[in-house]
Design a protein around this ligand. Structure first.
Ligand SMILES: Nc1ncnc2c1ncn2[C@@H]1O[C@H](COP(=O)(O)OP(=O)(O)O)[C@@H](O)[C@H]1O
Ligand SMILES: [Mg+2]
Length: 392
């Protein structure tokens, strides 16, 4: 019995799925997300897709995130791939080269024999892991197209989310279809967010909000805080799973980094937003800071505030840089994130200053607040008595 015989009212969805599978047969990669509330039929559609892909001779790798495994790095990928890798002829993996296999061994238990015990994994090296997984998928897709079907991604551990983001931003150059089923707005349950100074935000004022940027989680966290603002964000962020999808379509202004017309378009869009009485939120560091140290600012936000005579609202965020795990470690508990809204800077106070002066001033203010915020976060987690002996 074919599943589809009992699948009600999904003709359109099935057509799109067939289209994607056909594209795979032509050698292209693509990605698809199924989102919707519980019970809407995401899992069912995923299994229908799996059945159809299977019938076409594609390799179907299915994984599922679970609430219980949210502390295990890469658990969604382990679920989808580990058994398959275990059964794989080792000679096929040999094509990947030793460095890549060592990298993969940090993700997949079945490849443990390739592990290099001397190696200490650093956060910055996650990129190498992403590349290795991309290469692995390319290798697997060399014989026949691969469908990576991941269910319940709203439960995914942060490492899996980052890896997914990397794969979507730079898809494998091979016929790989990534399909994700996700429940909206679920990911942020485990973030414990403390906000100071929320009362400083006047809902009727259009601000240029400027915040430091440590992690993609910032975006998620800020969404829980304020209702009336538009994001300015580099285009890649809108392709990041879970985080990106939470940016509802009318709430952001896209920016293609290093693309001059795009910067001008972005500035014009910001001006329209401000003129319409809405705030904009920018990360003046441009990209996120990997170590949490404040990077130099770009002038866009400050040019905008001066040009429009809009108050600036500096916001400091701390804790999200630590929320993504080092590989191989088991994180537990909730991430403690602190946000502090600082005093607004009125246009009258910077009308006579140059953009550079204003930018430097705001940089110093935010840089000055960051350490105190980090201290209070550390104190807060300590006072919860979470410190204990645990085998890692
Ligand atoms: N199109 C459909 N036709 C008939 N039954 C469906 C359909 N979609 C889902 N179902 C059934 O509804 C229930 C919930 O669907 P499920 O896929 O588990 O939802 P979700 O994964 O979105 O929470 C399941 O029993 C499933 O078999
Ligand atoms: Mg489901």
């Amino acid at each position: 019995m074919r599943l589809s015989e009992h699948l009600v009212g999904r003709a359109e969805e099935l057509d799109s799925l067939e289209l994607l599978l056909a594209r795979l047969d032509e050698g292209g990669s693509s990605a698809l997300e199924l989102t919707g509330e519980p019970g809407i039929g995401k899992t069912r559609l995923l299994s229908e897709l799996a059945a159809r892909a299977d019938a076409r001779g594609h390799t179907v790798l299915s994984g599922r995130a679970t609430e219980l495994e949210r502390d295990l790095p890469f658990s969604v990928f382990v679920d989808a791939l580990d058994e398959y890798l275990q059964a794989l002829d080792p000679r096929r993996l040999a094509a990947l080269g030793e460095g890549v296999r060592v990298e993969l061994a940090t993700v997949f238990p079945s490849l443990e024999t390739h592990a290099d015990r001397q190696r200490v994994a650093m956060q910055e090296e996650r990129y190498r892991t992403y590349r290795a997984v991309r290469q692995l998928l390319e290798l697997l897709a060399r014989r026949q197209p691969v469908v990576l079907a991941l269910d319940d991604v709203h439960w995914a551990d942060p490492a899996s989310v980052e890896l997914l983001g990397a794969l979507l931003r730079r898809p494998p150059s091979a016929p790989v279809l990534v399909v994700l089923a996700v429940r909206p707005r679920q990911m942020d349950e485990r973030l414990s967010v403390t906000v100071e100074g929320r009362e400083k935000i006047d809902r009727d004022t259009a601000y240029v909000m400027v915040a430091n940027h440590q992690s993609l989680l910032d975006i998620l966290v800020f969404f829980r805080l304020f209702t009336h603002f538009k994001w300015v964000s580099k285009i890649e962020n809108f392709r990041v799973p879970v985080v990106g999808w939470n940016m509802s379509l009318n709430r952001y202004i896209k920016l293609r980094r290093g693309d001059k017309p795009s910067v001008e378009e972005m500035m014009a869009a910001c001006e329209r937003t401000l003129a319409g009485g809405n705030s904009v939120m920018m990360f003046p560091e441009g990209t996120r800071s990997p170590d949490g140290k404040l990077k130099t600012f770009k002038h866009g936000a400050f040019t905008l505030a001066k040009r429009m005579g809009t108050p600036l609202l500096p916001i400091v965020i701390d804790g999200t840089a630590h929320a993504l795990p080092k590989r191989g470690f088991v994180l537990r508990g909730t991430y403690h994130i602190r946000i502090r809204v600082l005093d607004e800077i009125l246009p009258a106070s910077f009308a006579h200053k140059s953009v550079e002066e204003l930018m430097d001033e705001v940089w110093r203010v935010i840089a000055g607040e960051l350490p105190t915020l980090a201290e209070s976060r550390a104190a807060a987690s300590f006072s919860r008595g979470r410190v204990g002996a645990s085998a890692l």
